[in-house]
Design a protein around this ligand. Structure first.
Ligand code: PLP
Length: 379
């Protein structure tokens, strides 16, 4: 199987697995215990906190560990809402369900959600003046890089607008971490979410980076862990793995970026010669590893399954939405026709894909077009 679905999840890096093993074995202490085993676990989490902070250019004291990117998004959004007077939250329709879910929840509890417009290329437009100037605006949540299209938003610009009014910004950087250089303080967001399993770390670990001084209402009340913001005995092995994955992502970032961009470029130039292929947000600044495209008149899920039979793992729309059979809300928000959006498939490369795999994928796509009787320019 040639795995081309790294935005859904990444394989565990062997070096990460090695780093975790002692904490699944003899080093099983509870980080809250005073004895030696407890101190070893506590110190391991401290190291992981430093490694994760370094990946995003934050202070270790600003890292709050969670069990997922979804939990980090929920803690940011519901946590801020819990400390503020109910009002308006601004957000684009292109956000991940980990963000739209808590927003839907808050919209049933005294909050109003104001949509930020995106253009045909998936970028925030200047058309959302009403939202930015709303007198009851309290905060905004805007993702750095989109999981489906890979489109990168100008977060610093959004942050400037909000900071000028003393308002907050949460940024979901789950897809950006490990693929783009990140600098928490420079980007201007007050809160930033990341997740371990998107950067060759284990599933079940994430983090919310919280700027010093920003107050949040915890989702989980308990034993005072994570500065009282996330009660519960820590998943030490997973956090150690997260730390190691973050360290590797930082030290190998440039090399991974250049490699994945090369694969993306080879794929995109090959797609240009296929009849009726459309690359979504093709003119936007995008993640180096992500290509979302459609082949005219082939349903996205049918294409995913046809590729699966030929040994390629890709995704239709976002992983969470696949199987739902509905066109992607992200593409609809960009003004893509529902019929075209239903054809969307996403290829997301990883650090261990090779350049030789790309022509194999292109050949498989050509064979599938031939099977569908669509191998000549669409008329
Ligand atoms: N945010 C984005 C942009 C994502 O792509 C994902 C996962 O696909 C999440 C949040 C959720 O992260 P997790 O799978 O760790 O809950």
């Amino acid at each position: 199987m040639i795995y081309l679905d790294h935005n859904a999840t990444t394989p565990l890096d062997e070096r990460v697995r090695e780093s975790m093993l002692p904490y699944l074995g003899p080093l099983y202490g509870n980080p809250s215990s005073l004895h030696r085993l407890g101190r070893i676990a506590r110190s391991a989490i401290g190291t992981a906190r430093e490694q994760v902070a370094a990946l995003v250019g934050a202070q270790p004291s600003e890292v709050i560990f969670t069990a997922s990117g979804t939990e980090a998004d929920n803690l940011a959004i519901k946590g801020l809402a819990g400390k503020l007077r109910p009002g308006v939250i601004a957000s684009p329709l292109t956000e991940h369900p980990a963000v739209t879910g808590p927003l839907d929840y808050l919209s049933r509890h005294d909050w109003r959600i104001q949509t930020l417009a995106v253009d045909a290329q998936g970028s925030l437009t200047g058309d959302s003046q009403e939202a930015w100037e709303h007198p009851d605006l309290r905060f905004a949540t805007v993702m750095l890089a989109n999981n489906e299209t890979g489109v990168i938003q100008d977060i610093a610009r959004v942050a400037d607008r909000l900071r000028a009014r003393g308002l907050y910004l949460h940024c979901d950087a789950v897809q950006a971490a490990g693929k783009l250089p990140l600098d928490f303080h420079r980007c201007g967001a007050h809160l930033l979410s990341i997740s371990a399993h998107k950067i060759y770390g284990p599933k079940g670990a994430g983090a919310l980076i919280v700027q010093t001084g920003v107050e949040l209402e915890p989702l989980l009340h308990g034993g005072g862990q994570e500065r009282d913001l996330r009660g519960g005995t820590e998943n030490v092995a997973a956090l150690v793995g997260f730390g190691k994955a973050a360290e590797l992502a930082k030290s190998e970032l440039d090399q991974r970026y250049a490699h994945m961009l090369r694969l993306r470029q080879v794929l995109e130039s090959g797609l240009a010669s296929l009849p009726g292929a459309t690359i979504f947000a093709g003119d936007s600044e995008r993640l180096p590893n992500t290509v979302q495209f459609a082949l005219t008149r082939i349903d996205g899920e049918a294409l995913v399954m046809a590729l699966d039979r030929r040994g390629f793992a890709v995704s239709s729309g976002s992983a969470c939405a696949s199987g739902a059979g509905e066109p992607s809300p992200v593409l609809l928000a960009m003004g893509v026709e529902p019929d075209v959006a239903k054809g969307a498939v996403r290829v997301s490369f990883g650090k261990d894909n090779s350049e030789e795999q790309v022509p194999l994928l292109l050949q498989a796509l050509k064979n599938i077009l031939a099977d569908f009787g669509l191998n000549r320019a669409a008329g």
